[in-house]
Design a protein around this ligand. Sequence first.
Ligand code: ATR
Length: 273
Amino acid sequence: KKWYAVIGDPIAQSMSPEMHEAWFRENQINASYIPVHVKADELEAAVSSLKRLGCSGWNVTVPHKTAIIPFIDKLDETASRMNAVNTVKVLEDGTLYGMNTDGQGFVRSLQEVYALGETIGNVLVIGAGGAASGISFALEDAGFGPITFTNRTFEKALQLSGGFSSGSALSFKDAESAIGKFELIVQTTSVGMNYARSGIPLDPSGITEGTIVADIIYNPFETDFLRIARESGGKTLNGIGMFVHQGALSFELWTGITPDTRKMIQSISTKLG
Ligand code: ATR
């Protein structure tokens, strides 16, 4: 029997195990998927143990996405550009192959919900960390843009924008003033997540009606940022779709099978909503 895993710290809250187990069942694949709590200083040992114990592949979550790179044999183009791995596949000869499905997962969830035949110009990305960079590369690859970056630490937004053909950067204050001109806004910071559950990085109430506003957070189900955007006429999208699609892409890379994402998004939404 094959087995897969997710490694992170903390890990108990992860919904990946039940998601992948459900997909294995639905597709009659005889495999299981387990959460493994790995602390930062145990990462190298954990990687060699997973390999030695015959794990076929694993997901990598906070805080190991970049730290795991020295222990991976080969990276695909996306993981290498993002300098972060969220999916590892153990190849037949034992080679550890590192990939990253986060950005593409976001784009797929956006396209699934809004059936975007065409791409969107004037994108605002809030945040300049790992999530912002992965999502922005995937948006650019899919033909979206120009992309404007805004971040609490402005220098990081400026630096990230330099990697994009049509990237530019604004302070939070200037982004707030210009917010009406964006057609897609993506909130990637951790503001409003988990324990805090309140607060906004910047005020989206000046958006133009019909603007698509996405937040990568899904717990809480609707952040303050997303609620204000919705009340201001935005079409909103929380982070459940991205979570499910990044997992679906991992599942495809491991098994070659495309799992049912719509049903999964619905069932997780019911649970958290
Ligand atoms: P991730 O991989 O989730 O993107 P990260 O790389 O640590 O995590 O990036 C966190 C992002 O959230 C950054 O853009 C950070 O802003 P700074 O660069 O100024 O630190 C942003 N962030 C975190 N806490 C924030 C807060 N309280 N207000 C505004 N932005 C915040």
